[in-house]
Design a binder for this molecule. Structure first.
Ligand code: ADP
Ligand code: MG
Length: 681
């Protein structure tokens, strides 16, 4: 084939006659054309009519049909914001909220944060002018606290409803309730999969509006035998596709940042070695913690003759649509929060995905042309080992957060709340019990003064309690820093593969006695001393971007401390006070060293100190951990040393002296719990 002949070059005359238009103008025109080419576009008028006719509408349409980016714009163009009321659209994921808002601002030709904005935890990119607002489902939940009837909105879209996140599920109940007395509020529930009937039933048989998708056939390939190392299998498959298959981009589903980085490095190294022998392969990552300028790269068009390979978490399953994907590689796993209500232990676990997810992933390959999906598991495993659908989050996570929020909204009867699928009774009971032990609820299950203050913070109840407790221990400033660092912690330390030793040494230089929280504080403290210098970060293998984010979070926490009238006291050298504040919040996460290693105090579950911890080499008897990660075993990440008697001081309703016997010394703690005023009921 002579390719030159296929290109139709415009004649000289045409060029002369064409009006002079700027590059920006061209971009605008092509953006509008793209908008008109989306599957949803032919249904614009019908959709608007249906929204006018019904208060609640369920919208079902395949990923990429234009639901998230177009519907708010249609509503805006149709005048739904005329009276100054906003159009809201929730997203389960932060990255999606940011990226979609940026795209829509571009399509509407406005500056992000003006007419179109987004709001995610610790980051509000909206203004008085904002009329189209994307936000995480968690942020909308918090908005109920200040605006229980959502009176500033004319339309609320609960998007990606099929994801069934905990926050989305709770929103269903709240918003259904509001719709009864706010007949002027339009409610749209939008979903990418076939559970529309279930949503319809829940919302009093609301009509379902279906947007037929464009979908090309996708050939599915399975491995003959199970793969022992799926990262390696991914790398091999990417390279095989690259050398044997025609052009078209590849999308690989991995479970998290670490895996993505590993895979990225191996792929880059192999392609470098192959050099000119292969076509250009651009490997790009996308995950929640990736800085937004890097995220934007995945949407840039692939250069001619090259191939793009995107390594994504399951954010690319339905929340983000990347054009021109022809090949999908699906190892069949995702990272999931898993919670055991019997032990109260929650950890992130790599879990097999459901059949529904596997089919969504495969579907990503058939948007622009016929595609291929390579499943790195056997056909037998698909048939027999994968569940039909994922279990909704509400049935498998800790509910402490949400229970506190609902209580703050005055919803007391949580058993009879209007759930799409109810949480297990024991999970609910444990959440109540934990909030009681934290002092947020009294023995009748009513919100206490402490609880009301805790609800002001957009944090886990344990973290909120730690912040409140810092008032008593006069280290509010340090507590804010530690809370901020913990919320960005996974990405603070930079560890390039070619400088692993230097990076590890640099990290260890920050270690201080007492444990990891104090080391994190030390990092922030030194960075502040350096005048928030980026050079300092570079020299110390610290991610400057993460630090800037920590500073933002810290500023906001400080503001919230003011709101609950806590003075910004500081005792940077009183590490015992700082550790006591942490203990006051995280006393559930206590482990004791016995002969066989660490076990959690109340349930005797074996746990290990994470090898990255400063306490890894010199194990103290009593520790508190921030979180658990499960790989082959349960690892405690971010650990501090405590004294067992502090537990009686900070959590007298939860720990009794006999819980805290020290199995190594057989000594009982001397002090008995006295202070009950801590519980504040
Ligand atoms: P849906 O919500 O139905 O899955 P979207 O509205 O998210 O569909 O996507 C519609 C189109 O907009 C897709 O072709 C997608 O590639 C494009 N798009 C969405 N976000 C961005 C972005 N940040 N940059 C470029 N294109 C985007
Ligand atoms: Mg969408």
């Amino acid at each position: 084939i002579d390719f030159v002949q296929m290109l139709k070059l415009p004649g000289t005359k045409e060029i002369e006659e064409a009006p002079k238009i700027s590059e920006a103008e061209i971009k605008k025109i092509s953006l509008q054309e793209t908008r008109r080419s989306l599957p949803i576009f032919p249904f614009r008028e019908d959709l608007l009519k249906a929204i006018e006719d019904h208060q609640i509408l369920i919208i079902e349409g395949e990923t990429g049909s234009g639901k998230t980016t177009q519907i708010p714009q249609y509503l805006y163009e149709h005048g739904f914001t005329k009276d100054g009321k906003k159009i809201g659209c929730t997203q389960p994921r932060r990255v999606a909220a940011m990226s979609v808002a940026a795209r829509v601002a571009q399509e509407m030709n406005v500056k992000l944060g003006n007419e179109v904005g987004y709001s995610i935890r610790f980051e509000d990119c909206t203004s008085e002018r904002t009329l189209v607002k994307y936000m995480t489902d968690g942020m909308l939940l918090r908005e109920f606290l200040s605006e229980p009837d959502l009176s500033s909105y004319s339309v609320m879209i609960i998007d990606e409803a099929h994801e069934r996140t905990l926050h989305t599920d709770i929103l269903f109940g709240l918003i259904k309730d509001i719709s009864r007395f706010r007949s002027d509020l339009k409610l749209l529930i939008s979903s990418a999969t076939l559970d529309a009937e279930k949503f319809s039933e829940f919302f009093d048989d609301a009509p379902v509006f279906r947007i037929p998708g464009r979908r090309f056939p996708v050939d599915i390939y399975y491995t003959k035998a199970p793969e022992a190392d799926y990262i390696d299998a991914c790398v091999v498959t990417v390279l095989q596709i690259h050398v044997t298959q025609s052009l078209g981009d590849i999308l690989v589903f991995l479970t998290g940042q670490e895996e993505i980085e590993t895979c990225l490095e191996i792929l880059q190294e192999r392609t470098r070695k192959l050099g000119k022998k292969i076509k250009e392969l651009l490997v790009l990552p996308i995950y929640a913690n990736l800085p937004s300028d890097m995220q934007a790269k995945i949407f840039e068009p692939t250069p001619p003759g090259a191939r793009k390979c995107i390594l994504a978490t399951n954010i690319a399953e339905t929340s983000l649509t990347i054009d021109n994907i022809i090949y999908v590689i699906d190892p069949g796993f995702a990272k999931q929060n898993s919670y055991n209500p019997k032990t109260g232990m929650e950890s992130l676990v790599v879990t097999p995905i459901s059949k529904a997810s596997a089919n969504q992933r495969a579907g990503r390959a058939g948007r622009v042309a016929a595609g291929k999906c390579f499943r790195l598991y056997t056909a037998w495993a698909y048939q027999n080992e994968l569940e039909e659908n994922a279990i909704p989050e509400i049935q498998r996570v800790n509910l402490g957060n949400v229970v506190l929020l609902l209580k703050s909204l005055g919803i007391n009867d949580l058993v009879h709340f209007d759930y799409l699928d109810p949480p297990p009774y024991e999970t609910l009971a444990l959440a109540l019990e934990q909030l009681y032990a934290l002092g947020a609820l009294n023995h009748r299950g009513e919100l206490t003064k402490i609880g009301r203050r805790m609800a002001e913070f957009p944090c886990d109840p344990m973290m909120s309690k730690m912040l409140l407790a810092s008032e008593k221990y006069k280290c509010a400033s340090e507590a804010c820093t530690i809370a901020a660092m913990l919320s960005v912690n996974s990405s603070v330390f930079y560890r390039p593969k070619d400088k692993v030793l230097q990076a590890d040494t640099a990290r260890k230089n920050f270690f201080v006695p007492g444990g990891d929280h104090l080391s994190l504080f030390n990092v922030y403290d030194q960075w502040e001393e350096s005048g928030f210098s980026s050079q300092w970060c570079y020299e110390n293998f610290i991610q400057h971007r993460s630090m800037k984010r920590a500073r933002d979070v810290r500023d906001q926490l400080e503001g919230l401390m003011q709101r609950v009238e806590i003075e910004m006291t500081s005792s940077p050298t009183e590490t015992e006070s700082i550790r006591k504040s942490i203990t006051a919040g995280y006393f559930y996460h206590t482990a004791r060293l016995s002969k066989g290693g660490y076990k959690t105090v109340k349930h005797n579950q074996p746990v290990l100190v994470h090898p990255n911890s400063s306490l890894f080499e010199d194990l103290p008897r009593w520790v508190i951990y921030h979180e658990l990660v499960f790989t082959t075993k349960e690892y405690m990440r971010q650990v501090i040393e405590i004294e067992n008697k502090w537990l009686l001081e900070v959590a007298p309703h939860y720990y009794k002296a006999k819980d805290l016997e020290d199995s190594l010394s057989k000594k009982m703690p001397k002090e008995k719990g006295k202070s009950k005023e801590e519980l504040g009921d």
